[in-house]
Design a protein around this ligand. Sequence first.
Ligand SMILES: Cc1cc2nc3c(=O)[nH]c(=O)nc-3n(C[C@H](O)[C@H](O)[C@H](O)COP(=O)(O)O)c2cc1C
Length: 192
Amino acid sequence: MDYSNEVIRAIKNRRSAAKLSPDKPVGREMIEAVLDAAIWAPNHHLTEPWRFVVITGDERKRLGDAIADAISSTPSDPPMPPEKVERERTRPLTAPVVIAAICSPSQDKRAVAQEELVAGGGALQNMLLAAHSIGLGTKLKTGPYSYSQVIRGFLNMRDSESLISFVYLGFPEGEAAPGKRAGLVGKVDWRS
Ligand SMILES: Cc1cc2nc3c(=O)[nH]c(=O)nc-3n(C[C@H](O)[C@H](O)[C@H](O)COP(=O)(O)O)c2cc1C
C-alpha cells in the first residue's frame, strides 16, 4: 500500500529555502493564511499558547539593529567579527516578511510549560507547510542572540514567553538543499 498523498508529500517536499526574493512583496492575505494555519496546531486544554509579530518594511531595519545590539551584548567566545555582526544586522532585509513566532504559555492552572512549547512547535510546522502549499518559501533563524533581553524587549515579550523562531517568509529563489533525514532505523521501539 502506498500511503503517499498530498499531505505526506507536502511534509516531505517542504525545504528551507535557499534564498527569498527580498523585494517581491507578500500580500497580507497570504501572511494571514500562514498564521491561520499556525493556530490549528493541537494544544492541550485549548490554551492556544502562541502569538506572532509580523515584521515588514522599515521595521525589518529596526529588527536588524536590535539583532546587532543583541549580538554585541551577548557574550560569545570568540566574539563575533564586526563584519559578521553587520551581516546579521542586514539579514532581516533578505526577506520581505519576518515573523517572530512566540510561545505564550497560558495562565490556566492545567497548563504544563512543556506542553505549551510543544504546541508552539506544532504551530511553527503548520506555518512552514501552509507557506509551502501556497508557493511561499521559509527560512528559520534563531541563534544565541535571539534569546537575549534586547530581542525580548524588541518583541515586547513577557517573562513567561519564549521565542520559538524567527520565520523568514517570501517567494523562494534558487534551489533548496536536498532534504536529508537519517530514517527511522534506531528511532522506533516496536512493542506488541
Ligand atoms: C527552532 C528552530 C530554529 C532553527 N534555526 C535555524 C537557524 O538559526 N539557522 C538555520 O540555518 N536553520 C535553522 N533552523 C532550520 C534547520 O536548520 C532546518 O530545518 C534543517 O536544516 C532541515 O532542513 P529542511 O528545513 O530543509 O528540512 C531551525 C529550525 C528550528 C526547528
